[in-house]
Design a protein around this ligand. Structure first.
Ligand SMILES: Nc1ncnc2c1ncn2[C@@H]1O[C@H](COP(=O)(O)OP(=O)(O)OP(=O)(O)O)[C@@H](O)[C@H]1O
Length: 251
């Protein structure tokens, strides 16, 4: 199983939108896919029209008293399941730090590991923060994908993420940025796309345009390509999935 995470320290840059659309593309190709909504805001759970059945105590989850498999829900799409966000996940970070030093080593990786029996792709939709939880997500994921809006402030979060890796001696197998919400009428966006900063030399080529249709995902409570295959954003996500797939060793 490949485990990938969509992360950015900045909120509202397209982590969830990307995680949901990429999950749909993978599942649509017949790849058994599980998305774990680790953001207590629960946006990807909401977009897949799912909710957690009951509140799970993070402590019980981390100590195995509540088997994580019990939290998995089906979506309306074949090959695509979800662990919906639970508002109590906001305490996950605190609970991670409460575990004994030995016990807290790679707890998220340990929770994810058994899913490799039934899924080929696991997608982690991350909260916009640096924390013990983020640290463990980074250590668990084979690859990290960072949506960036082409602005200087957004690019700073890429540097900060790299610094966080260094500080915690995390070695991401792969770290890829890609641009989202690109508006080619804006000169800053055109310049950044034409001349991406050096630090993005391993960045993905696909840029997701800004388009109002993305908001309609909230009307349909579905990923974009499930109700629209033709829009430029939908086609860009198909292209992004092709590109992401090339970076994954299992596919
Ligand atoms: N390419 C796009 N074009 C237009 N709107 C977009 C695009 N990508 C995302 N959005 C919109 O921007 C908002 C934020 O997107 P999203 O929730 O995916 O970001 P996020 O990084 O996951 O946010 P958070 O950190 O709060 O979880 C949403 O309303 C979404 O519909």
């Amino acid at each position: 199983m490949e485990t990938i995470a969509f992360f950015n320290l900045k909120g509202g840059v397209g982590k969830t939108t990307s995680a949901v659309n990429i999950a749909w593309h993978a599942a649509n190709e017949g790849i058994p896919t599980l998305i774990w909504d680790l953001d207590p805001q629960g946006a990807s759970s909401w977009l897949f029209n799912t909710t957690a059945k009951s509140e799970t105590k993070p402590k019980k989850l981390l100590t195995g008293k509540t088997p994580i498999g019990d939290l998995v829900r089906s979506t309306e799409f074949e090959n695509l399941d979800i662990i919906p966000a639970d508002f109590s996940f906001r305490h996950l970070d605190h609970q991670l730090s409460e575990q004994s030093d030995q016990g807290k080593q790679n707890l998220i990786a340990k929770l994810v590991e058994p899913f490799s029996e039934n899924y080929a792709l696991m997608i982690l939709d991350c909260p916009p923060s640096f924390s013990l939880l983020t640290e463990q997500i980074f250590a668990t994921a084979d690859s990290l994908f960072l949506p960036l809006i082409p602005t200087h402030l957004s690019l700073r979060t890429f540097e900060q993420t790299r610094d966080f890796f260094k500080e915690h001696k995390l070695k991401p197998k792969r770290l890829h940025a890609f641009f989202n919400m690109v508006d080619r009428r804006r000169s800053m966006h055109r310049v950044m796309l034409a001349h991406p900063p050096k630090m993005l030399k391993n960045g993905l080529k696909t840029a997701i345009p800004y388009a109002a249709i993305v908001e309609r995902m909230g009307d349909y409570r579905q990923p974009l390509p499930a109700f629209d295959k033709q829009s430029t954003v939908s086609q860009a996500y198909a292209e992004l999935w092709r590109e992401i797939k090339q970076t994954l060793s299992d596919f």
